[in-house]
Design a protein around this ligand. Structure first.
Ligand code: M6R
Length: 609
């Protein structure tokens, strides 16, 4: 997500901060900013690349040996100078950079405004600055003021605070969003990611959740949120800059696959009310009345986003009982789509910039449909042009092959299904509660799959020389078969076909022989028996078989290899089944000595027709 760098020592802070921001650019950004402490706090912010900030800084006097800086990837509020970090309180006495999401920011903002605070941005982060300001004006020391403010906050944060009054001191705190302190010779660094400081020092202290640090040029004092002192050893990183950006992983694709438990948590954060058994989607509030009246949903997307849409079709029809059609963005404008004012056209896109999906939305708007977006990139074209929507909060996806964005789209679609079902009274409280509770469990189940990933690696090694592969799945899993085949094609250049299992006998079975393996998605669900019959048919043609199934399923007599995943409710099972397919594609690329981060001929975002 966003990136943080802080410095305190005897050198000029600005060049060090700008260098750190440059190193963090790989994470994606839409704006950046810094604050340096001199006789006052001097803040400079800019929209766009870090080079824009560098340009602006040249015209401002930013002398000082302590400072904080940030690259933003928007989550709350569009990319703009006002929304760029650092954020100040009303009095300009402190400045804050923050990564993460403050879930209760709306209620805190309302409270603070009622007490006379004036907000300058639309961000959730700014509430932190005002909360600290109040405590400082009650004469609390800075460290205590930060700690007490954080007790009011619900959500995730990695943050650094600098104050006008307390020279050469940075306060850092972490809850769910990483922070590392770099230890130099008479100087200290704070960063969200070691890549920002690795060229300055390899001696680091990692903060854990619930910890705060007061950092001066003399040293670091650590404390817990409940004011207990903490002692920690300095560790030595043996990473170079290249490894650091991937957080120790050899590729972004693997890093992004491994991040998925956190990604699902972020996509669902603040959106699952387990007590009331409700899906809470603030982004759809404004269009709630129209959503009660709709008679059809048309989902548009391209590539993986289109496949997510196909899962969405099953989910929304199942949970909300509304007819759904899914259309390729690239085909939509060549038809004469029948759209009425009671049609919702829902765009799914990681980048929010895919030209065909954007055009489909424009066409729908011309026909007065209600347009919605499930978009990962805040402030992107599709996000701006749709009437309302739900952001994925997957963080920037750098690997060209979509992994975490796809999974976040499925998580959000599940929430949308529950939300629409509840809004229209077509989903029972029991079903809604069970779906939300199962969704809440998913991050741990994904983690379980990732912990056992060695088996996927072994299987990929065994099959690394194949040139063809058939992916099969039925019902909720048909689109996952398409997505699995797409992943394999994209990163390992193995020819792969994704089919719904029922279609296998209508053609693709002609391909099968002992040199043409199939991967069958066959969790123990309502179509398990039917999938087993298909596997029998493939076996009878001597086709090698890999089964992706749930623990305990009786398929050993049918398959050459099996990869087990935990069981969840049927409509959420595709989220779990996707993970081994991503890992398989990744490991196949590695076994075939290919770089999965740079697949030939592909661009991350297709912004031309
Ligand atoms: O940014 P979008 O989600 O709109 O992108 C859509 C497709 O271009 C994208 O999913 C593409 O298919 C990926 N390479 C899939 O891994």
């Amino acid at each position: 997500m966003c990136g943080i760098i802080g410095y305190v020592g005897s050198k000029q802070a600005t060049p060090i901060l700008l260098k750190g921001l440059k190193a963090l650019e790989y994470r994606g950004y839409d704006s950046s900013g810094l604050t340096v402490q001199s006789d006052r706090l001097v803040t400079v912010r800019a929209v766009g690349e870090v080079s824009e900030l560098v340009e602006r800084v040249q015209h401002v006097r930013t002398q000082g040996t302590a400072g904080i800086a940030h690259t933003r990837w928007a989550t709350h509020g569009i990319p703009s100078v006002e929304n760029a970090h650092p954020h100040a309180d009303c009095a300009g006495g402190i400045s804050v950079v923050h990564n993460g999401i403050i879930e209760n920011h709306i209620e805190l903002r309302e409270e603070l405004i009622a007490r006379g605070h004036v907000f300058a941005s639309e961000t959730d982060s700014e509430v932190i600055a005002h909360l600290i300001e109040e405590r400082l004006s009650d004469c609390r020391p800075l460290f205590a003021a930060v700690r007490e403010s954080l007790a009011r906050v619900r959500g995730t944060y990695g943050l650094v605070v600098i104050s006008k009054e307390i020279p050469q001191t940075l306060i850092a705190a972490r809850m769910g969003s990483p922070l590392v302190i770099g230890v130099g010779d008479g100087e200290y660094f704070i960063a969200s990611d070691p890549s920002a400081i690795i060229e300055q020092t390899k001696d680091v202290i990692f903060l854990d959740d619930g910890e705060l640090a007061a950092v001066t040029s003399e040293g670091v004092s650590l404390m817990s949120l409940d004011a207990q002192e903490i002692q920690k050893e300095t560790q030595q990183l043996d990473w170079d800059i290249e490894t650091a950006t991937k957080e120790g992983n050899p590729h972004f694709m693997l890093k992004e696959i491994l991040e998925q438990p956190q990604v699902i948590e972020n996509s669902c954060r603040g959106r699952i009310d387990l007590i009331e058994g409700r899906a809470v989607l603030g982004g759809l509030k404004e269009v709630e009345d129209r959503l009660r009246e709709i008679d059809r949903v048309v989902i548009v997307g391209c590539g993986s986003a289109y496949y997510a849409g196909l899962v969405g079709e099953y989910l929304i029809e199942d949970l909300a009982g509304i007819p759904v059609e899914v259309e390729l963005g690239s085909e939509y404008r060549y038809r004469k789509p029948i759209i009425t004012e009671r049609t919702v056209v829902l765009a799914i896109s990681q980048s929010g910039e895919t030209a065909d999906t954007l055009e489909a939305i424009r066409e729908a708007k011309r026909k007065n449909a209600l347009t919605l977006g499930i978009i990962n990139t805040v402030g992107s074209s599709i996000a701006r042009e749709t009437d309302a929507g739900v952001y994925c909060h997957a963080g920037p996806e750098i690997g060209v092959a979509s992994t975490k964005a796809f999974v976040s789209q499925l998580a959000v679609l599940s929430l949308v299904g529950v939300y629409l079902g509840q809004l229209r009274g077509s989903l029972s409280d029991r079903n809604a509660g069970a779906t939300l509770a199962a969704l809440y469990e998913l991050p741990d189940q994904v983690q379980e799959i990732l912990n056992d990933r060695n088996l996927v690696t072994q299987t990929a090694k065994k099959y690394s020389s194949i040139e063809n592969c058939l992916y099969l799945g039925r019902s909720f899993h048909a689109p996952i078969a398409y997505e699995g085949a797409l992943k394999l094609k994209e990163v390992s250049y193995v020819h792969a076909e994704g089919y719904s299992s029922g279609e296998m006998k209508h053609g693709p079975i002609a391909l099968i022989d002992q040199g043409f393996p199939s991967i069958v998605l066959c969790p123990e669900d309502s179509v398990f028996e039917k999938n087993c019959s298909n596997m029998q048919e493939l076996r009878a043609r001597r086709g090698p078989l890999i089964g992706i199934t749930t623990k305990g399923a009786q398929i050993d007599h049918l398959v050459d290899a099996r990869i087990d995943i935990p069981k969840t409710i049927e409509c959420l099972q595709p989220i779990l089944s996707t993970i081994p397919l991503q890992l398989f594609a990744y490991e196949m690329a590695i076994a075939r000595k290919l770089n999965p981060d740079k697949p030939r001929n592909l661009a991350k975002s297709v912004t031309v027709e």
